[in-house]
Ligand binder design. Structure first.
Ligand code: ATP
Length: 401
């Protein structure tokens, strides 16, 4: 029986790791393969704010799912102190006395192996398989393998294959820039985004694909329009364009649900609808959307709040909240309605004036239809009217017919 063991920080596990396992499995035909996240890596300082060992184990499980007969092993999480490979191999030898244990590692690791804790124990308990992390270092690896064979009587397999040149460090750098997805298994990426590990922000193409799946097809054009408008407004007013896009992409993510659906989501997230929301359940999607976006897509507070307030607005909105509120109302795919063109123009001249007009028009429209009006709408309008007065800016001239 041959068992392949792959230890590492897996912070996070990436396609370089997965490729190594696939190549090794093809060459060595192991009966079992284990990914073993270190609880406390002895060779590396874990980057500040790194996920917990349990989260790295979860990610190792998601990465392992990409390779047949590969599974995560929590053996090092169950020990205290530094996660020495020699201790892991002792335990594995006890569990599998007759198996050939093969410890898999990349270039950096084999070259430093002699500086590890108890290298002679490691090399007596296990064979080593080395898979290059990058091309051009074959000679160094061969020389090191020859040296280990000679000095320790080690069994060293040097594996050949096209490496994926990436490191967890690089992935951690890319994730906050909405990049790096191409280096991760889909499940690992989703896990990271949902928890916003490493300060990750979602790749917007990925987010669109995911978020649109929650929309009725007819709503997609509106959401596309809202994103485009939110970006333009963010650029005009100096907000983060990609955050504005993210909030707009997610703003209607629970809109398709009817009253029962909305109430179920409220229950799930502990939202207690107020009197007006009970009377008009269309108001609820802003609240349920914010909670769902945070849960399913890890939307951080400032983005969730832009979703939360996009229907009624609130007094003293943040710039992002105001942008999403207006983008939703004036995006290019909206069917014409009174004052729309005035708002579109104003949104690029004075955001507060556009906001006030938008709310004034909503109040008139709902009043005409005799619909119940959420007091936030009136309060928000009052707030922006006063703000205009303080700025010495006249409200935009427009009278409902
Ligand atoms: P970090 O950038 O945080 O130092 P890392 O990318 O080196 O992390 P680890 O989890 O520390 O990843 O590495 C575990 C094992 O995987 C080590 O043996 C390492 O040499 C190997 N490895 C890492 N990246 C690659 C890669 N791109 N190709 C092949 N092997 C790799």
């Amino acid at each position: 029986m041959r068992i392949l063991l792959y230890g590492g920080s897996f912070n996070p596990p990436h396609l370089g790791h997965i490729r190594s396992v696939q190549t090794s499995a093809a060459a060595l035909r192991p009966d079992r393969t284990f990914l073993i996240p270190a609880a406390i890596p002895p060779h590396k300082r874990m980057a500040a704010g790194s996920p917990s060992p349990e989260q790295r184990l979860d990610m190792a499980a998601l990465a392992a799912a990409e390779v047949s007969d590969c599974e995560p092993l929590d053996i090092e999480l169950r020990r205290t102190g530094p996660s020495y490979t020699s201790d892991t191999l002792r335990q594995m030898r006890e569990a599998y006395p007759d198996a050939e244990l093969v410890f898999l590692m990349g270039t950096d690791m084999i070259l430093s192996l002699e500086s590890w804790h108890e290298p002679e124990v490691i090399l007596s308990l296990a064979s080593v398989a080395v898979f290059a992390r990058e091309t051009g270092r074959e000679r160094e690896i061969d020389e090191c393998a020859a040296h280990l064979r000679e000095k320790y009587g080690a069994v060293v397999y040097v594996l050949e294959g096209q490496p994926v040149t990436v490191s967890s460090t690089r992935v951690r750098e890319l994730l906050p820039e909405r990049k790096g997805r191409e280096y991760l298994a889909g499940g690992v990426y989703e896990y990271i985004i949902r928890r916003r590990l490493y300060g990750a922000r979602p790749d917007l193409a990925w987010l669109r694909e995911r978020a649109y799946a929650y929309l009725k097809p007819a709503r997609v054009e509106h959401v596309r329009g809202a994103e485009a408008m939110a970006r333009r407004l963010a650029e005009r007013w100096g907000a983060d364009e990609s955050d504005a896009a993210e909030a707009a992409i997610l703003h209607d993510c629970t809109k398709k649900y009817d009253r029962d659906g909305q109430l179920r989501i409220c229950e799930k997230y502990g939202i207690i609808p107020d009197k007006w929301e009970m009377e008009n359940d269309r108001l609820l999607h802003a609240r349920t959307g914010a909670a769902f976006a945070a849960d399913a897509f890890g939307a951080p507070e400032h983005i969730a709040s832009a979703i939360r307030w996009h229907t009624t607005g609130r007094p003293g909105m943040t710039l992002l909240e105001q942008i999403v509120f207006l983008a939703d109302a004036i995006e290019e795919n909206r069917k014409p309605y009174p004052a729309l063109e005035l708002m579109r123009k104003a949104a690029f001249e004075d955001l507060d004036a556009a906001t006030e007009l938008c709310l004034r028009r909503t109040l008139a429209f709902l009043g005409e239809r005799g619909e119940s009006i959420h007091p936030n709408t009136a309060r928000t309008r009052e707030f922006y009217l006063k703000k205009l007065e303080e700025k010495g800016v006249a409200p935009i001239e427009w009278m409902p017919k």
